[in-house]
Design a protein around this ligand. Structure first.
Ligand code: APR
Length: 233
């Protein structure tokens, strides 16, 4: 029997139970205005040390947490389905849980690249090794976190849209859909695809578009969704 293609669009909520904060919730990261500034190209260029300190803190934090059951259950689905994850998350918790097809559109904390050209000198960099002023890539330029800063173009959009447009099943998990272009991906989901949203809060766009809302947190939501998907088989 043909393996169905499931596409997940994930956000910070899927990593919340691993101890990483979301962005817009009550204690969301962006409630700290200073951090919003530090995640911008302006800070990277004019305040490089403070910007690097901010990302070195987030990279070290990522080294101290682990994938949770939601990440693991998504990875498990690869046994019976073709699974693609389009993620806004810069953590590597999907990959650490065993997922093999993850498309990052906002960059990755575990990688560095050239400050001269983000497409150059991209490589894995130990999460516990701080990026310092003076650290250079092969192109002789300062290295920086391989993250899409506010003010920069996002990554892998074509690949993400291509995957979403051939989904048999589409699942939105742990994202408020407040940030574009990710928030616009719902427009590319095939009409015939089964559509689910896993989030303890209402996501208005999904309600309007008739998504089945599994109104709970990521781990419980994935447990329920896995049961539903088994019955589809
Ligand atoms: N399980 C599932 N969902 C959860 C959980 C949980 N345990 N806890 C919170 N959520 C939901 C919230 O209800 C919210 O809808 O996760 C969502 C998190 O939304 P945001 O904080 O806005 O994060 P996200 O949508 O990933 O942000 C998108 O914004 O600033 C940029 O680069 C940043 O990638 C990020 C993008």
């Amino acid at each position: 029997m043909m393996r169905r293609h499931i596409v997940f669009l994930s956000g910070a909520g899927v990593s919340a139970e691993s101890g990483l904060s979301t962005f817009r919730g009550k204690d969301g990261m962006w409630t700290n205005k200073e951090w919003v500034y530090l995640a911008s190209t302006e800070a990277l260029n004019n305040d490089t040390q403070r910007c690097l300190d901010f990302y070195n803190y987030r990279r070290k934090q990522l080294a101290e947490v682990s994938s949770n059951d939601a990440h693991r259950m998504i990875a498990e689905l690869e046994k019976d389905f073709d699974v693609t994850i389009v993620t806004q998350n810069v953590d590597n918790l999907h990959e650490r849980a065993g997922s093999t097809n993850v498309i990052h559109i906002h960059g990755e904390l575990s990688k560095v690249c050239s400050m001269k050209d983000r497409t150059q000198c991209v490589k894995e960099y130990p999460l516990t090794t701080p990026i310092k002023i003076g650290d250079k890539g092969e192109d002789g330029a300062q290295i920086r976190p391989d993250i899409v800063m506010f003010g920069e173009k996002v990554d892998n959009i074509e690949e993400a849209v291509e995957s979403i447009s051939c989904a048999d099943i589409f699942v939105i998990i742990g994202t408020s859909l407040k940030v574009y272009p990710a928030a616009g991906f719902t427009a590319f989901v095939p009409r015939k695809a089964k559509k689910y949203v896993i989030d303890p809060n209402e996501i208005r766009e999904c309600t309007t578009l008739g998504y089945e809302h599994i109104k709970t947190n990521a781990t419980e939501g994935m447990r329920l969704l896995t049961e539903t998907l088994r019955k589809l088989q």
